[in-house]
Every structure is written in structure tokens, then in C-alpha cells.
Design a binder for this molecule. Structure first.
Ligand SMILES: NC(=O)C1=CN([C@@H]2O[C@H](COP(=O)(O)OP(=O)(O)OC[C@H]3O[C@@H](n4cnc5c(N)ncnc54)[C@H](OP(=O)(O)O)[C@@H]3O)[C@@H](O)[C@H]2O)[C@@H](O)CC1
Ligand SMILES: Nc1ncnc2c1ncn2[C@@H]1O[C@H](COP(=O)(O)OP(=O)(O)O)[C@@H](O)[C@H]1O
Ligand SMILES: [K+]
Length: 465
């Protein structure tokens, strides 16, 4: 797992390390690492670097990095956004090494963004934004791209667009929640002072290791049977996609119950299909909601699923019904795992606007509904009722297509049926989904059915990762 730590936690760890190392040592370590990353980005024949330097430690990092770059023969100029408050030792070192202070960056081969780091609040200030708008070179952001909130990744106005971000000591939430380009982590010795992270991302190999595989003594029942209560006469496709995803995710059995039985049977002859939830047979987890509708019969289906005493993933129309008719919550057996998979509009119906802090929103809803909340997006936020938070970053945006959420719900359901911890089930499903989208796309738009077909390749890739 890759951990991410909030600003408050990073500051506390930094303070403890600073108490036992010489003054300025941490900043020099950080800046030396930043200079190394900058050198790696200077691949052309010309080596001119421009620094944008703000009023604090982030600007100090940039100036010290400029000092180290000068020592390697790079031409370095700096724009000081707050000349009176520029980091004094950093500026002195920069000037000693032959760095030049300029009013505008002019023509350079690399821009180092040292405008603001961990103290960032809100979008870039107008003067900084003006310099950023004029950038015409690759950008290396120091610690984080300026203008983005370090803890929430929110971008409320002008911000730096970084090709590479070099950060120090540990990753911060911004590095998973916003686009920071390639992220390079420089060790400055914070490790021993950092306790457990605030957020975490699963490594591919971990997802692969958790993925259920049949053992020698398994049969079709022991691996967990997934039930799909989705689709309708109007939306049979949602049922086909969710059932297909469950079938491809694990090798046990999938039962489908609902009005799209004929379409599901035609696409997936191996599924066990019935027209009604009442005669569906036993399952170890239910997927409910995609394409189901929100009428009285759909409510009856949702109630039956919530009363079944097995883990449930509630998606799409199921979320809308829970939002519209809170009495439905009474049907749920206490203590039975529930995974809610809203996109932003569904989240808003259920729990109010997501707002700028997606992690806080997901945590709040997870606690309120005693459920795992999987808040969809390019970075999916997954919050458990116990306060754990995982994030999953998709590579591209190729999964942002109609029906791909139906695939995701089938994947989550299958992993719940296989008895994975619900938060882990949701996170592994999100990673397999994003991997399948990238594998299927290879740079071109794809429909959800193509994403679905790539699920086995995604699982293979994760299991060999
Ligand atoms: N501590 C350490 O040992 C180490 C620290 N390190 C480095 O220090 C960085 C943290 O430094 P920091 O705390 O001094 O503040 P920093 O982020 O540079 O902000 C400066 C000033 O910017 C302003 N400002 C705010 N928002 C703004 C906006 N949107 N747009 C424009 N300006 C904005 C605001 O000033 P204001 O104008 O509000 O008075 C604020 O005070 C950290 O990210 C890392 O790079 C590393 O060397 C490792 C060791
Ligand atoms: N910009 C994006 N980048 C990557 N994945 C995305 C993006 N937007 C949405 N997704 C993913 O695509 C799926 C879309 O789900 P959803 O909106 O419910 O679609 P539908 O209801 O049409 O099936 C989710 O898994 C979500 O995380
Ligand atoms: K920065």
C-alpha cells in the first residue's frame, strides 16, 4: 500500500525531524532531490531553468534547487513573487552560485514551480497566475502544483499544470486526488516519524494477491455465488453488463433475477436466470440497482435484497430509491456489509453535495450509513464505516462512458460474494475496472462492453503485477 499523509501530519513529522537535525538540513535534502529530478528533465541541448519563487519554504526549496543546478552548470533565473519575503538563506545561496533574479521568466527549457506548497490556500493569486499563464516549457512542481489544495486536491481557479511533481518525505493527498503529472518522492528522513497514513492506494500486486482464485477443492458454490438484481424491460443492457462482470471476475456462479432474464441468458448462457427475486435461490452477495428503475416493484426488489442477510452492493437506481425513501433503510439487517457506489449526482441525492473535499464527503456518508462508500471519478475515493480510506487513480478517462458503472457494480458484487473485506472488495474492483479500461482503450474511446471484455486481461495483469 502506498500511504498519503495530510498536511497536519506532515508538519508534525517534519517538526520532530527538524528538532534533531541541523537548521536547514531538511530543506537542503529536499532541494537537492528536486535539482536531481530537474536535471533528469533537461534532456535537450539547452539547459535554461526558470524558477517561480513564492513567499515561503516552497520558494526556499526552489532557490536551493537553483543553487544546486547552478553548480552543475545550468543557467538559472528566478522570478521572486514576494521579493521582501523570499526565503533568505535560499536566495543568498542562489545568488552566490550565480543565479539571476529577473522580472519575467523569458525563454527557458524548464520551469520550477516554487510558488506555494503545504501552506497553499485557494487558487493562485492573480500575480502568480499571470506568470503561470505565460509558461511555455515543461513544468516541475515543487511538493505540489501551486493552486491545488494539498489535502483535498480541489482546484478552485488558476493552478499550475505540472509535468512532474517532486515531493518530499511522503506523498500527500493531492498526489492522488489531483493531476500532478509524474510524482517523484524524495526521502528526507520523515519515515520514522510518520505513523499510519490518512489515505492509501493499493499497489497492483496487492490487488492481484487479493483476487480470489479457485483452489483444488473448490466447486462452483464454495467460491461464493453472486446475485444480480438489475435491469428492466427498458434497460436490459445494465443487467447484461453487471452479470457479465460478475461472471468474469470470479469463477463461481452468478444468478440473475429480474425482468431482463431473456437478454441476460442470451448473452451469458452460463448465468442462472429467473424472472423474479423471490425464486432466485441462495447467493453470498447481491448487486442491486443498475437499470432497475425506481417504481414500486423495484422498491420491492431492493427491500428483498437488503433483507437477505448477505453483503449488498447498491448502485444507481438503488441509491436513488434509498435517497427518496429512507424507510427502505429499515429493511437492512444490521451488521450486514453494504457498499454504495454513487457518482456525484447520486451522492448528492443521498447525502448532500460532495463539495470540494471528496474524501471528507465519502467519510461522512460512510459513517452515516454504516456502509462502504465508493465515490466514483477519475480518482475514486473509497471510505469504510470504520474510518479507513483508500483511493484508486484511473490512468485515463476512458471509463467515463455509459454502462461502465454497471460493470463496476458486478465486479464489486463478485468480490463480496467471494468474501473479501467490503472496503477491499470495492477497491480491488475499482482497480480492475480502471485497468480494464486502459487495456481495452489503448488510446481510443471504448464502449462499456469493450471494457467488460478486457476484465480477464486486467485480472491477469494485476495477478502478475
Ligand atoms: N518545513 C520543512 O522543514 C520543510 C519544508 N519544505 C518546503 O516548504 C513548503 C512549505 O513552506 P511554508 O509553510 O513556508 O509555505 P509555502 O507553502 O511555501 O507557502 C508560502 C506562502 O504562499 C502564500 N500562498 C498561500 N496560498 C497561495 C496561493 N494560492 N497562491 C499564491 N500564494 C499563496 C502564503 O503567504 P501569504 O501571501 O498568504 O502571506 C504562504 O505563506 C513545503 O511545501 C516544502 O516545499 C521542504 O523544504 C521540506 C522541509
Ligand atoms: N473521468 C473519469 N476517469 C476515469 N474513470 C471514470 C471517470 N469518470 C467516471 N469514471 C468511472 O466510470 C464509471 C462510471 O459509472 P457511472 O457514472 O455510474 O456510469 P453508468 O451509470 O452509465 O454505468 C465509474 O466506475 C467511474 O469511476
Ligand atoms: K509548488
Amino acid at each position: 500500500m502506498r500511504g498519503l499523509w495530510t498536511v497536519e501530519r506532515v508538519r508534525a513529522a517534519e517538526e520532530r525531524v527538524m528538532a534533531r537535525v541541523p537548521d536547514g538540513a531538511l530543506m537542503r535534502r529536499a532541494a537537492f532531490g528536486a535539482a536531481r529530478v530537474a536535471l533528469g528533465m533537461l534532456t535537450g541541448p539547452r539547459r535554461r531553468v526558470g524558477l517561480l519563487v513564492g513567499a515561503g519554504g516552497n520558494g526556499g526549496d526552489a532557490l536551493w534547487a537553483g543553487h544546486y543546478l547552478r553548480r552543475r552548470g545550468v543557467a538559472v533565473s528566478a522570478v521572486l513573487l514576494r521579493p521582501d519575503r523570499a526565503h533568505a538563506e535560499g536566495l543568498a545561496a542562489f545568488l552566490r552560485a550565480g543565479g539571476r533574479v529577473v522580472d519575467r521568466l523569458g525563454e527557458v527549457d524548464l520551469v520550477v514551480d516554487g510558488i506555494v506548497g503545504l501552506s497553499a490556500r485557494g487558487p493562485l493569486r492573480p500575480d502568480a497566475a499571470e506568470h503561470v499563464a505565460a509558461i511555455d516549457a515543461p513544468v516541475l512542481a515543487v511538493d505540489l502544483p501551486s493552486g491545488i489544495d494539498p489535502d483535498t486536491g480541489a482546484i478552485a481557479g488558476p493552478a499550475v499544470r505540472a509535468d512532474v511533481t517532486v515531493t518530499f518525505g511522503c506523498l500527500k493527498p493531492v498526489h492522488a486526488l489531483a493531476d500532478c503529472g509524474r510524482v517523484e518522492l524524495v526521502d528526507i528522513g520523515l519515515g520514522p516519524e510518520l505513523a499510519g497514513p490518512d489515505l492509501a492506494e493499493l499497489e497492483d500486486a496487492e490487488v492481484g494477491a487479493h483476487w480470489p482464485v479457485p483452489g483444488r477443492s473448490d466447486d462452483k458454490y464454495t467460491q461464493g455465488v453472486t446475485g444480480i438484481a438489475a435491469g428492466s424491460a427498458t434497460y436490459p443492457g445494465a443487467a447484461v453488463l453487471a452479470t457479465g462482470a460478475a461472471l468474469l471476475a470470479t469463477s463461481g456462479m452468478v444468478r440473475y433475477a429480474g425482468a431482463a432474464a431473456e437478454a441476460v441468458r442470451a448473452s451469458w448462457p452460463e448465468s442462472i436466470c429467473t424472472g423474479s427475486i423471490t425464486d432466485a435461490g441462495r447467493v453470498q452477495a447481491w448487486v442491486v440497482g443498475p437499470g432497475l428503475g425506481t417504481g414500486l416493484s423495484a422498491e420491492g426488489v431492493l427491500r428483498a435484497v437488503l433483507e437477505a442477510g448477505v453483503p449488498v452492493v447498491a448502485d444507481a437506481d438503488a441509491i436513488t430509491m434509498l435517497a427518496n425513501n429512507p424507510d427502505l433503510w429499515d429493511a437492512r439487517d444490521p451488521g450486514t456489509p453494504l457498499v454504495l457506489t454513487p457518482h456525484d449526482r447520486e451522492f448528492e441525492r443521498l447525502a448532500g453535495p460532495v463539495g470540494e473535499d471528496r474524501v471528507a464527503a465519502a467519510k461522512r456518508a460512510a459513517a452515516r450509513f454504516d456502509a462502504v462508500v465508493l465515490l466514483k471519478g477519475n480518482t475514486t475515493v473509497l471510505a469504510g464505516p470504520d474510518g479507513r480510506v483508500l483511493v484508486n487513480r484511473a490512468g485515463g478517462g476512458w471509463a467515463a462512458t455509459a454502462g461502465s458503472g454497471d460493470v463496476l457494480s458486478g465486479l464489486v458484487g463478485a468480490l463480496l460474494a467471494a468474501r473479501l473485506d467490503p472496503l477491499l472488495a470495492a477497491a480491488c474492483a475499482a482497480r480492475a475496472h480502471a485497468t480494464a479500461a486502459d487495456l481495452a482503450s489503448r488510446g481510443a474511446p471504448i464502449p462499456a462492453s469493450a471494457l467488460l471484455r478486457a476484465v480477464p486481461d486486467a485480472i491477469r495483469a494485476l495477478r502478475s503485477g
